[in-house]
Design a binder for this molecule. Structure first.
Ligand code: PGA
Length: 264
């Protein structure tokens, strides 16, 4: 545990490290990973940890991790809680199998599946309505960064995604800043670059929801996080956790990331 964030002198946050497996692994591999993680994290109280398996693995993996403090998150959710939406999965279903969190607005959903801020906003509202905690992802593309539009993009994704949601509904919100140009490219944002955007996000949240809320908010960084850069990223005062893609699909490298941020 260490001091983090806004009013750093009063806020204690454990690093929150989440592995997003995306469309990878077999059920057998996922189950094996979950068992190893459960054992590997026994007694490690200084880090919060979670994994985002494929929908079809969730039920099995939630059973393995039941009762230990490793969160299981779905990678997506639909905005309606039930109905004629062939192929979609509802927040109630995700909750029922034992997940505590859900990724919403991941850049692959935004860019490959054309999800809009208003759809993302509806998903966040629905997740909150069934007490599923959203990990709300935002981030600019390379083109937007090079055009000097990073802050505009971040601000509009943030405002669009959180529209008409009040602070008291958002207690369990996590934000993940994931610059699109750093996702799966091997190009990590420089720790200082990431910290600057995190600080910008926290300030917007403070204006909207108050300083205490912003101080307590977890803001994760994601984009080519590896065992080699995890510690340096986590050392930034505004980075409260990491959302890890490629380096989270082998247990060994995910564990190395967790170990890198737990030793201080
Ligand atoms: P990456 O993905 O770590 O493979 O860059 C991060 C993410 O998409 O959440």
């Amino acid at each position: 545990m260490r001091l983090k964030g806004y009013h750093a002198e009063t806020i204690m946050k454990k690093p929150f490290i989440v592995g997003n497996w995306k469309m990878n692994l077999t059920l057998k591999q996922g189950v094996e990973f979950a068992r190893l993680l459960k054992n590997g994290l026994k007694g490690k109280r200084e880090v919060l940890c979670g994994i985002c398996p494929s929908f079809v693995f969730l039920s099995e993996i939630c059973k393995i991790l039941e009762g230990c403090n490793i969160c299981v998150a779905a990678q997506n959710v639909h905005s309606e809680t039930n109905g004629a939406y062939t192929g979609e999965v509802s927040a109630l279903m995700i909750k029922e199998v034992g997940c505590t969190h859900v990724l919403i607005g991941h850049s692959e959903r935004r860019h490959i599946f054309h999800e809009t801020d208003s759809f993302i906003n509806a998903k966040i509202k629905t997740a909150l309505s069934v007490t599923l905690k959203p990990i709300f992802c935002i981030g600019e593309t390379l083109e937007e960064r090079e055009a000097g539009r990073t802050k505009d993009v971040i601000q509009s994704q943030l405002k669009g995604g959180l529209r008409d949601i009040h602070a008291d509904q958002l207690e369990e919100l996590v934000i993940a800043y994931e610059p699109v140009w750093a996702i799966g490219t091997g190009k990590t944002a420089l720790p200082g670059q990431a910290n600057e955007v995190h600080s910008f996000i926290r300030n917007i949240v403070a204006d909207e929801y108050g300083k205490d809320f912003a101080a307590n908010l977890y803001i994760q960084y994601g984009g080519s996080v590896k065992p080699e850069n995890a510690k340096e990223l986590m050392a930034q005062p505004e980075i409260d956790g990491l959302l890890v893609g490629g380096a989270s699909i082998t247990f060994e490298s995910f564990l190395k990331i967790i170990e890198a941020v737990s030793k201080d």
